[in-house]
Design a binder for this molecule. Structure first.
Ligand code: AMP
Length: 280
């Protein structure tokens, strides 16, 4: 399957992408991870990307597109991929469309993760990554396991938890602003292509994993089950913000479907006119 996970920083895309990759065997492709690796190697790409990353801005499209083109050409991506953090703006989305059309491998689905802004900030402040295996934990919501399961699969030693340098307060605010300005328009872009599914990405990690699985299993054009689109507090459900589906409404009982008799209808139609103020 060819999947894009869309969501603000801290919405849990990376964690869910890792889980999905482990379960499905298709690779997670995170442009953030690829860029951080380039910075750590001190490569030319890393040096060019570092300043934008440190200040919470997007790295130049041409750098990211070159990197993604190379990554998608690798053999493991032929079976499918989970794009995490890419595309990040309309230019990247259009370029991805073109690239996948060339490869004759169009996207199957785009899943948008919905999380309240206050929760995003809380999650980011607790986020830690193992410096050795790259696994993402959250000291507040999903700390690393204890006991035998606590060891890093790369080193066999306990995970070495590090906080990302761009997970500080000032940079997070900028990243959220950039998300709203540059990335959020992709929601309408993919909705108009019939590829978008929306999940409530708050709550228990396992519950979100289940919602994601249900959203991915729903055939195209079919709304995911109710529980996958549960209302996020204070916001209208994604369904209500998008197109309505009148067919989903239960038919009215026959007796109430009858048309009102002619007189009553005329009376109702006249009512607003009668309320109009009379000119003097
Ligand atoms: P992430 O790990 O996805 O939060 O990305 C960390 C940082 O890497 C972002 O704040 C950007 O500076 C940069 N980055 C990641 N993906 C992209 C992308 N698709 N386009 C531009 N910049 C990106």
């Amino acid at each position: 399957m060819r999947i894009v996970l869309l969501g603000a920083p801290g919405s849990g895309k990376g964690t869910q992408a890792q889980r999905l990759a482990e379960r499905s065997g298709i690779p997670q492709i995170s442009t953030g991870d690829l860029l951080r690796a380039a910075v750590a190697r001190g490569s030319e790409l890393g040096l060019k990307a570092k300043a934008a990353m440190d200040s919470g801005l997007l790295v130049d499209d041409s750098l990211v597109l070159g990197m993604i083109r190379e990554r998608l050409a690798e053999p493991d991506a032929r079976a499918g991929f989970i794009l995490d953090g890419f595309p990040r703006n309309l230019v990247q989305a259009a370029a991805l469309d073109g690239l996948l059309a060339e490869l004759k491998q169009p996207l199957d689905v785009v899943v948008q993760f919905e999380v309240d802004p206050a929760e995003l900030v809380r999650r980011i402040s607790g986020r830690r990554t193992c410096a050795d295996c790259g696994r993402v934990f959250n000291v507040l919501t999903s700390p690393p396991p204890t006991g035998a399961a606590a060891v890093c699969p790369k080193t066999g030693a306990p995970h070495r938890l590090m906080q990302r340098p761009d997970d500080n307060e000032a940079t997070v605010a900028e990243r959220l602003r950039v998300y709203a300005e540059k990335t959020q328009p992709l929601i309408a872009f993919y909705r108009s292509r019939g590829l978008l599914r929306v999940i409530d990405a708050q709550g228990e990690l396992d519950a979100v994993t289940q919602r994601l699985a249900r959203a991915l299993a729903a055939p195209p054009g079919v709304r995911p089950p109710r529980s996958a689109t549960k209302r996020v507090s204070g916001r209208k459900p994604a369904r209500a913000r998008g197109r309505r589906r009148p067919a989903a409404r239960a038919p009215k009982p026959r007796s109430t479907r009858k048309k009102a008799p002619g007189r009553a209808r005329k009376k109702r139609a006249r009512k607003p006119a009668a309320r109009r103020p009379t000119r003097r």
